[in-house]
Ligand binder design. Structure first.
Ligand code: NAP
Length: 547
């Protein structure tokens, strides 16, 4: 539905994207009396939860904290069915929120931003869409998500494939019937790991092509009873306090002990207990040095390896699944249901393409470097995203002096506080590169950013300020600090999407603020309290007075 014919082409803010971030941004700005236009490429709200409809798509964070916190009504009216809801339920939640707050009438669906240029004379952004519209806005706010530009590897011969091709990141809306099919799945990140058991249950044969063995942890999903929901509600304030004090934005008790200062028996007992509980707690609450000390990390990597070998009956298959080449947790840990168990099925096999990569796709299947051939009817790509920066760069943004963001970021993204790039005044990125979001619980990071941006806009309105621009020096210092802090951890050791390493030619730069969302919030609040230190604030009146 496109209402653009009735809409204003001059507004306070253009917001791009109607996922978790954009919906809350729109709500906040409307409440504060700002005029907005919101563009969303999809035909509905939901962002990542709109596009990723592959079988098995499910949240890896628990429902009671993977949700908005800004409205008590929304929280109390919505009932989560289980610990880790599946994609349709989360999409249902976002639709519920959008309807409850009457947001949809202010969103242009099916509309992509194709260009945005900052007009230095008027301090406005001039935003163009694929619908041929041009809108002027004082502020440009990107709420495009971190995992929304699918990565579609250019494998030789792909166009010659005679069967069907699907991408987990842009899955069709109708149910796909895999029965009787020989299916090849490329990719063993969270998406590939989640859909493996589902494809296996339907297909005649499933061949999983694994470039990098992952460390997956059981989710232990379960339904929520009314009693459990009541308990969560009663503990809400406490859990919320814990969440906000946490580096990862999850209400966990953080570990105090090193993995190396306890006995092997105590360590195993701790891992056993957390493995039984499932989910992120296994990685994040067992010991405090797993992501900074390789020896400590070895203990958890070995534990997961042993679990895989216990689960997978065929030793050769287990060895492929344990062929780790990076420390555990240096790629975002997948949370699964029956992933390793699925390799005990007769119709499933895993093929390592780590040293014997895919050479070519033929009309009837995949052929590896060593000429090994796999005949297939369908190929499913679970190959991830041009994460964090891809969808921002795809909008063709130009700042002061006509500088393209793509050029500014050619050696990696730069943005002060991960919020705003120098040279791009009045532009804010919700969960942008250099902010903590991808290492933490998204809704927490989103609400923090949206609130900060909204308060900054109010400050500007109240003080007659027309332009806010990040200064180059603090932006440089921010980038330097991120690299230094990341280098104190094991995170840069993996060829992960955190490092941009999954996309050929993408600069290898750590894409997140690594010291946690709590520390980050304190910094952002401080910056605001000090009158937006690190930014230049300008007003037309001031400029006129000077000239
Ligand atoms: P991903 O983690 O980037 O995994 C992509 C997989 O495809 C990797 O195994 C990668 O191998 C492989 N791959 C990529 N290009 C390839 C190529 N040219 N040839 C062969 N293999 C190739 O992507 P994802 O699984 O979609 O997950 C991305 C992120 O989205 C997750 O980390 C998570 O934050 C989020 N997500 C969350 C959930 C959830 O549980 N809620 C579910 C899905 C996604 P390499 O490792 O060797 O690059």
């Amino acid at each position: 539905m496109n209402h653009s014919h009735k809409r204003s082409t001059e507004v306070d803010a253009v917001i791009v994207g109607a996922g978790f971030s954009g919906l809350y941004m729109l709500h906040r700005l409307r409440e504060l009396g700002f005029t907005t236009r919101m563009f969303e490429a999809a035909d509905g709200v939901g962002g990542a939860w709109y596009w990723n409809r592959y079988p098995g798509a499910r949240c890896d964070s628990e429902s009671h904290y993977y949700c908005y916190s800004f409205s008590d009504e929304v929280r109390k009216e919505w009932k989560w069915s289980c610990r880790y809801p599946a994609q349709p339920e989360i999409l249902g939640y976002l639709n519920f929120v959008a309807d409850r707050l009457d947001l949809k009438k202010d969103i242009d669906f099916g509309t992509r931003v194709t260009a945005g240029t900052f007009d230095e004379d008027t301090h406005d952004w001039v935003v163009e869409t694929n619908g041929g519209e041009t809108v002027r806005a004082r502020f440009l706010i990107t709420a495009v998500g971190n995992t929304s530009a699918p990565s579609k590897p250019a494998i030789q011969g792909l166009d010659d494939f005679a069967g069907k091709i699907y991408y987990t990141a842009s899955w069709p809306h109708e149910k796909i019937d895999f029965s009787g099919q020989r299916v090849g799945l490329i990719g063993t990140g969270s998406s590939g790991i989640q859909c493996t058991p589902h494809l296996a249950a339907e297909a005649d044969r499933l061949t999983v092509f694994q470039r990098t063995a992952n460390y997956s942890v059981p989710a232990r999903n379960h339904l929520l009873t009314d009693a459990m929901r009541l308990e969560q509600e009663e503990k809400h304030q406490d859990l919320r306090r814990k969440t906000l004090a946490s580096p990862i934005g999850m209400p966990f008790d953080l570990p105090q002990l090193s993995a190396l200062e306890v006995s092997a028996e105590d360590r195993k007992r701790r891992y056993d207990e957390l493995w039984a509980g499932g989910g992120f707690r296994f990685m994040f609450t067992s010991f405090n040095d797993l992501t900074v000390d390789l020896k400590a990390n070895d203990t958890i990597a070995e534990y997961i390896g042993a679990k895989i070998r216990d689960t997978v009956r065929d030793p050769a298959t287990a060895e492929v699944l344990c062929d780790f080449n990076h420390p555990a947790g240096t790629k975002r840990p997948p949370i699964d249901t029956d992933y390793y168990e699925t390799f005990n099925r007769d119709n499933v096999n895993v093929v390592s393409i780590r040293t014997n990569p895919i050479r070519e796709i033929m009309a009837d299947g995949i052929i590896l470097q060593d000429n090994e051939r796999y005949e297939l009817d369908t190929i499913v790509f679970a190959t991830g995203f041009d994460a964090v920066t891809g969808s921002i760069l795809n909008m063709n943004l130009r700042g002061k002096g006509g500088e393209a963001l793509r050029d500014k970021w050619d050696r990696g993204p730069r943005a002060y506080l991960g919020l705003s790039p120098a040279g791009f005044p009045n532009m804010f990125m919700v969960t942008g590169p250099g902010s903590p979001s991808i290492l933490a619980n998204f809704p927490v990071c989103i609400e923090q950013h949206v609130d900060w941006i909204a308060e900054c806009m109010v400050h500007m309105r109240e003080n007659g300020i027309d332009e806010i621009e990040a200064l180059p020096e603090p932006e440089d210092a921010w980038a330097k600090m991120i690299a230094e802090e990341a280098n104190k951890t094991l995170l840069p050791l993996a060829n992960s999407w955190y490092m941009g390493a999954n996309i050929p030619g993408k600069p290898r730069v750590f894409l997140a603020y690594p010291s946690g969302v709590h520390a980050y919030t304190v910094i952002c609040d401080d910056v605001a309290k000090r009158g937006y230190e690190g930014f230049a604030l300008r007003s037309r009146k001031m400029a006129e007075a000077v000239s």
